[in-house]
Design a protein around this ligand. Structure first.
Ligand SMILES: [Zn+2]
Length: 430
C-alpha cells in the first residue's frame, strides 16, 4: 500500500514534508518524494494522504489501565482501544492495580492481556516496592525477565529516601529506569488542588508546589549519588523544571514528562465542583504552565505523556475533596495538544511528535518511534480538519472523566496502524 502525498513528520529521520510512503508486510518499504514508479496504482493499493499528516505511532509512557482488580474503571482491552483511537500504538501501563504488579507472573499477565486485546502494544511497568508500600524492593531482575520495561510506584511517593537510593542502585543491574511520582506526602497532605490564591478563594485545601519540588530535588541527588536512571512523571511546577534543568547540565541520567492538561489548564480553571480537573499533581498557576512549555521547548522536559487515569462516574460525582485524582487522556490528548498548542504556534508539530514518539522509544528501548525503511509500520494518519464532539457514546474508554466532555475537538487521528495492520479508521476500532 502506498500512502500518497502525505505530510510525513518523522523527527528521528529529520523528515517533515510531503512524501509517499510504501508499506508492505507490516513494515515500511520505501519513502519517496515523487511517485515516479511508472505504476498505475489502483484505489486498493493507494491511500490519498493529501492535507493529512503521517506520524510514527505515538508512545505513551504513562497510562493507567486498571486491570487487574479495578475493571469497573477500565481494563486492558478498553484502554488499548482508547489508545488506538487516540493515535497511540504503544502504551506503558502503570502497576498501581489490585493486586499491584510486583511479581513476574503479574507482569506476564498484563503483557498477555495486551496481546489478547490485539490493539496497541502494551508494555508493563512493574512496582519499585512490594505492594507499592515504599518499604521492600521488588525482584527487579525477575520483573525485567517477565517483560517489565520500567519500574514505578506511581500513584504513591517513595517517602523513605534510603529505599529510593537502593531502588536506583539495584535497578542498574537489570538496566531499568525508575519512574518517580515525586510528591512529599506530608506537604501534600489532604489537598485537592494547587495551593494558591484560587484554593484560598474557593476554601479548598491546597497542595503546594514544594510538595513536588522537594522530592524532585531529593531524587536528583540520589540519582547523582548512585548513577541510576531516573524518569520524573508528570512535572507540574516551575521549581521542578528548574531543578531538572540543572540536573541535566550536571550530567545526571534523568528524563521528565509533562501531561497535556498541565500545559493547557491552570488552577484558575478549577471550580468548587470541577472534579474533571482534579489531578495529581494539581493544575498549577499560569506561570507554571509557561515554565513547563519552556522546559519542553528547550529539552528539559523530554516527553509528552497522558497520565490516562480512568475513574467511574460515581467516584467523580463526589465533592472535590473526596473525588479521586485523575482524568482520561488517551483519546483526547493528541487533538487537545494540536488545538491548544500546535495550532496557535506555541509547539511545532515536529517537536510534538519527537516528544510523543521518537524520544520515548529511544529512552525505554521500545519498538517504533520512527518510520525508517525496514521499521514496523506503527503509524497514525492525522487529519487537522476532522472534528469530533467528545461524548460518553464515542469514547472507547469505560470511563468519561475528561474535562473535554461535550466539547468539540478539531484535529484528529483518523487511522492508526500497528505493524501495518489497520486498527482504527474514522475514530472507529476495527
Ligand atoms: Zn503519579
Amino acid at each position: 500500500m502506498w500512502i500518497k502525498n502525505v505530510h510525513l513528520v518523522d523527527p528521528a529521520q529529520g523528515i517533515s514534508g510531503i512524501r509517499n510512503v510504501l508499506v508492505q508486510d507490516g513494515v515500511i518499504q520505501a519513502i519517496s518524494t515523487d511517485l515516479d514508479t511508472g505504476e498505475q496504482l489502483s484505489d486498493e493499493q493507494a491511500l490519498d494522504g493529501t492535507g493529512k499528516y503521517l506520524f510514527p505511532g505515538l508512545i505513551d509512557v504513562h497510562t493507567h489501565l486498571r486491570e487487574p482488580g479495578l475493571e469497573e474503571k477500565e481494563d486492558i482491552a478498553s484502554g488499548s482501544a482508547a489508545a488506538i483511537r487516540g493515535g497511540f500504538t504503544g502504551i506503558m501501563a502503570m502497576p498501581n492495580t489490585q493486586p499491584v504488579i510486583d511479581q513476574r507472573a503479574l507482569v506476564e499477565f498484563v503483557k498477555h492481556q495486551g496481546e489478547r486485546a490485539g490493539l496497541a502494544r502494551v508494555y508493563p511497568i512493574a512496582a519499585v516496592t512490594k505492594g507499592q508500600r515504599g518499604e521492600e524492593l521488588t525482584e527487579m531482575v525477575d520483573l525485567r525477565a517477565g517483560g517489565a520495561v520500567a519500574l514505578s510506584d506511581d500513584g504513591r511517593p517513595i517517602m523513605n529516601a534510603e529505599v529510593m537510593r537502593l531502588a536506583l542502585e539495584y535497578a542498574k543491574l537489570p538496566d531499568l529506569i525508575v519512574i518517580t511520582h515525586s510528591e512529599d506526602a506530608n506537604l501534600a497532605l489532604d489537598g485537592c488542588m494547587h495551593w494558591g490564591e484560587t484554593s484560598l478563594a474557593l476554601g479548598l485545601k491546597g497542595i503546594p508546589s514544594s510538595a513536588e519540588a522537594v522530592m524532585v530535588a531529593r531524587d536528583m541527588l540520589l540519582a547523582a549519588q548512585t548513577g541510576g536512571k531516573l524518569h520524573v512523571a508528570h512535572v507540574s511546577a516551575w521549581e521542578s523544571v528548574e531543578i531538572i534543568r540543572q540536573a541535566k547540565r550536571q550530567g545526571i541520567d534523568v528524563t521528565a514528562e509533562v501531561n497535556p492538561h498541565h500545559l493547557i489548564f491552570s488552577d484558575e480553571d478549577v471550580t468548587l465542583n470541577s472534579t474533571a480537573l482534579k489531578v495529581n499533581p494539581p493544575l498549577r498557576s499560569q506561570e507554571d504552565c509557561e515554565a513547563l512549555l519552556q522546559g519542553a521547548l528547550d529539552g528539559t522536559i523530554d516527553f509528552l505523556a497522558t497520565d490516562h487515569a480512568p475513574h467511574t462516574w460515581e467516584e467523580k460525582a463526589q465533592p472535590m475533596p473526596e473525588a479521586p485524582f485523575g482524568i482520561l487522556g488517551l483519546e483526547t490528548a493528541l487533538p487537545a495538544v494540536w488545538q491548544y498548542l500546535v495550532q496557535p504556534g506555541r509547539l511545532s508539530v515536529e517537536k510534538m511528535v519527537e516528544m510523543w514518539s521518537a524520544l520515548p522509544a529511544r529512552r525505554f528501548h521500545l519498538p517504533g518511534g520512527s518510520l525508517k525503511v525496514g521499521e514496523a509500520a506503527d503509524m497514525v494518519l492525522f487529519d487537522p480538519l476532522a472534528k469530533e464532539r467528545v461524548s460518553r457514546d464515542n469514547l472507547a474508554s469505560k470511563a468519561s472523566n475528561t474535562p473535554f466532555l461535550d466539547q468539540e475537538l478539531r484535529g484528529l487521528p483518523v487511522m492508526t496502524w500497528v505493524a501495518g495492520g489497520l486498527k482504527q479508521k474514522d475514530r472507529r476500532i476495527l
